[in-house]
Design a protein around this ligand. Structure first.
Ligand SMILES: Cc1cc2nc3c(=O)[nH]c(=O)nc-3n(C[C@H](O)[C@H](O)[C@H](O)COP(=O)(O)OP(=O)(O)OC[C@H]3O[C@@H](n4cnc5c(N)ncnc54)[C@H](O)[C@@H]3O)c2cc1C
Length: 432
């Protein structure tokens, strides 16, 4: 094949990137494109943007980092703003490529775009080739067909740990062909261009999240090698304050700035060079959760976005909009919930312990649909990932993969256990 256009999606990196690597084997010339989808910034029927400022800022930084990395290797990143199914097809035609290579997505909105783009490309005699690229374990390497995916995580984990092979990290391509100077590569828009006014992010944020492959790798260096935090991860992961109680890799993983296989490889290196213990294993264990939810989404399709979930349980909600707004603002009067929601609102991040509690509180105590909560998280989270978000919400609501019936988080005892001295609540509620 002569020319291939690599369409970046949630895989904003040069390392361990399957479509990019495959393109480098097959093409004489490779071009790169990313399209910012304007539908992400529309308002939902609940009155907030589908994608708010935190993730947008992180995305723009990731694109700048990717563009710089590509320029260093002789190429560039073409940027378009609009609908990818239209913009990518237009650029493919202009550059006279024979194929577009990209990562295969799993959830409805993304796969619909793939479908429409494929049709547009067909008309121009261009092929769309999609590659499974997000998980630690490749879909094709699972020891069962996706329809036989166990509904209980532990069964899945034991099965893959025993019978699935893990692919190694792919080599990073070192040099690319230049793109013609006449070609309009496009500017990366600013936050203001995308309709955001207020760009202030609280300096109380748990970590200064900066988007990009380079920044993701730096965070890994810091968490594993400089601060040695990995060796105590299992003991600290349920904490609430500070940069190093957990890895914070989620933001970089969700946009693909970090590859899960690269993290795995670094854990193995750490185990050889520093220490191998329950904590080093536990980080991989959590990455297997991440895989699991993507495979659940693959198996169940749109059911993960529907109120009855994959268990098909019908739930009764009161859906009091006033209480929902109180929850959103962190004004429920329950300090532990309010502190977590304020952290989310001011920084785009919340710990896993916090997420479990605010989600349970919304659904079980306020009796508000988990769909509303998941939509709000989708808007605010810097690390939003459709599969992890919606499947975790389903799990908490009791319509997902939790084998236990009627799990309930007692917020008071959770706060006593995880914020025994009230430091977290004080930290987030003290301004008010
Ligand atoms: C209601 C709810 C919504 C959530 N929404 C998201 C989301 O949109 N995006 C997201 O990445 N995670 C989501 N999570 C999972 C989890 O809370 C975050 O991955 C984690 O808090 C991110 O912090 P970390 O990177 O420091 O995690 P660490 O504890 O350091 O874990 C390492 C990595 O393992 C993965 N991981 C850890 N826990 C989970 C989990 N429960 N499910 C799936 N993957 C996991 C993440 O990729 C994470 O980066 C959600 C959890 C709940 C309860």
């Amino acid at each position: 094949m002569k020319n291939i256009l690599v369409w970046f999606r949630n895989d904003l990196r040069l390392h361990d990137n399957l479509p990019l690597y495959q393109a480098s084997l097959k093409a004489e010339k490779i071009y790169f494109i990313y399209c910012i989808d304007t539908r992400w910034f529309e308002e939902t029927h609940l009155g907030f943007k589908k994608t708010d400022i935190f993730r947008t800022k992180f995305l723009l930084e990731s694109l700048a980092s990717l563009r710089m990395a590509l320029r260093k290797k002789g190429s560039d990143l073409i940027i378009r703003v609009g609908k990818p199914e239209i913009e990518v097809a237009k650029v493919a035609e202009m550059l006279q490529v024979q194929a577009v290579f990209a990562s295969k997505e799993t959830t409805n909105e993304e796969t619909l775009i793939e479908f429409i783009l494929e049709k547009h490309l067909e008309n121009k005699k261009v092929r769309l080739e999609l590659f499974w690229n997000y998980t630690l374990y490749h879909l094709d390497d699972l020891p069962f067909p996706i329809q036989k995916l166990p509904n209980i995580f532990t069964e899945f984990r034991k099965c893959v740990e025993k019978d699935a092979t893990l692919r190694s990290v792919l080599p990073t391509v070192q040099h690319f062909n230049p793109i013609s100077h006449d070609f309009l590569v496009g500017e990366i828009p600013s936050l203001t261009d995308l309709g955001f006014q207020d760009v202030s992010i609280s300096n109380k944020q748990v970590l200064h999240f900066k988007g990009g492959e380079k920044e993701g790798i730096l965070r890994l260096q810091e968490y594993f090698w400089e601060t040695d935090s990995l060796k105590t991860y299992k003991e600290t992961r349920d904490s609430l304050l500070g940069a190093n109680y957990s890895s914070k890799f989620s933001a970089w993983l969700s946009l693909g700035c970090l590859s899960p296989r690269y993290i795995y490889q670094e854990v193995k290196k750490y185990e050889k060079e520093r220490i191998k213990n329950d904590s080093t294993y536990w980080l991989i264990f959590e990455l297997i959760w991440r895989d699991y939810f993507r495979f659940v989404a693959k198996k169940y399709g749109n059911q993960i976005f529907q109120e009855f979930g994959i268990k098909q349980n019908s739930l009764q909600f009161k859906n009091d909009i006033y209480l929902f707004k109180k929850w959103i603002k962190g004004e429920t009067g329950v300090d532990f919930i309010d502190a977590n929601m304020r952290e989310l609102n001011q920084t785009g991040f919340m710990s896993n312990r916090g997420r479990q509690n605010v989600a349970s509180f919304l659904v079980k105590d306020l009796q508000i649909s988990w769909i509303w909560g998941a939509m709000y998280f989708e808007s605010k989270l810097i690390d939003y990932d459709p599969c992890s978000n919606w499947c975790n919400w389903m799990y908490i609501a009791g319509v997902g993969n939790d084998p236990r019936e009627n799990r309930y988080f007692n917020i008071e005892s959770q706060a006593k256990k995880y914020d025994a001295k009230g430091l977290y609540v004080k930290f987030w509620l003290s301004d008010f």
